[in-house]
Design a protein around this ligand. Structure first.
Ligand code: MF3
Ligand code: CO
Length: 293
């Protein structure tokens, strides 16, 4: 069953997703050479707790950590570990969920660590553009397939592999609700999008083959050819005026702001972690200098 949410529920989802976005920003800023993914997980757990949320992922189907950290050829569901130190040239997908008053928020970003090859930076940027395109395709009276068609068009233009085995999803009082939200079309097919439907839209693009494999830990999804992969995710509500991305203050008691936040609207951590300023060119999200939406 697909549930549509009302104002009170959406305000809770806005709070949950805001906690996720603010905490994710701290995690992105911490992605510097020498930092372990375990340390990123600690920042995620502390960030959610101090903001009054509950982490959504621990225990979900036995998942052991707070955040998913997927480095380079890891597509999604990488498990943080003390053994994985980030290095200059890595990209790392960070996926985080939180619960407030029983309502879930879910979001993901791919961070760039130091100097990354231009083609990989472009992959990351294009995956973000696909997220924007997918969110922008949410229209009351439209179809779920319209979202995937918009995402897929961005990949097709650049020849990226679009992951098919993992998809976006409805979200609300559970992390995963109906419907599934694939990152491919056809448009004009699938469930009708109705007012109050809440969707987690999450493109996963590969630099090479779309094929993926699950690792021996039962979680980590990797590209079959070992080439890099990027992932971005928003939690979105369909309104009659257009899509609203949750977690950015755009769904509030004071009013609604439709459209998609640009890269300048992502939260920036109040202070750099552990008081160390990030060196220029490090610890930035994909949306560094030279970015144009
Ligand atoms: N945000 C992801 C998803 O929607 C990750 C959840 S997997 C978990 O599927 F097990 F880590 F929770
Ligand atoms: Co999700």
């Amino acid at each position: 069953m697909i549930t549509c949410k009302g104002r009170t529920e959406l305000l809770k989802m806005e709070r949950a997703t805001k906690i996720v976005q603010e905490t994710l920003a701290e995690c992105v800023a911490a992605c510097r050479p020498g930092v372990t993914t375990e340390e990123i997980d600690r920042i995620a757990a502390d960030g959610i707790r101090k903001r009054g949320g509950k982490a959504a992922f621990p225990g979900y189907r036995g998942y052991p950590k707070t955040i998913c950290s997927s480095v380079n050829e890891e597509v999604v569901h990488g498990i943080p570990t003390t053994k994985r130190k980030l290095r200059d040239g890595d990209i790392v997908g960070l996926d985080l969920g939180a619960i407030v008053d029983g309502y879930f928020g879910d979001a993901a970003r791919t961070a760039i660590v130091g100097e990354v090859p231009a083609a990989v930076r472009e992959l990351v940027k294009d995956t973000w553009r696909a997220l924007v395109a997918g969110v922008s395709a949410v229209r009351v009276g439209g179809r779920i397939g319209d979202i995937g068609a918009a995402v897929e068009a961005v990949a097709r233009a650049k020849g990226y592999g679009v992951v098919r085995e993992y998809v976006g999803h409805g979200i609300g009082t559970a992390l995963h609700e109906e419907p599934q939200v694939p990152n491919y079309g056809p448009g004009g097919k699938g469930e009708i999008i109705r007012e109050g439907m809440t969707l987690a839209i999450e493109p996963m693009f590969n630099l090479g083959t779309p094929k993926v494999r699950v690792g021996p830990d039962g979680w980590t999804v990797r590209t079959a050819d070992g080439k890099p992969s990027a992932h971005f995710e928003h939690t979105v509500v369909a309104t009659i005026d257009g899509p609203i991305v949750l977690g950015f203050g755009r769904f509030s008691a004071d009013g609604l702001v439709t459209g998609v936040p640009d890269e300048t609207e992502y939260p920036v951590p109040a202070a750099p972690p552990r008081g160390e300023p990030a060196a220029p060119g490090e610890a930035r999200a994909f949306s560094g200098e030279g970015f144009e939406a």
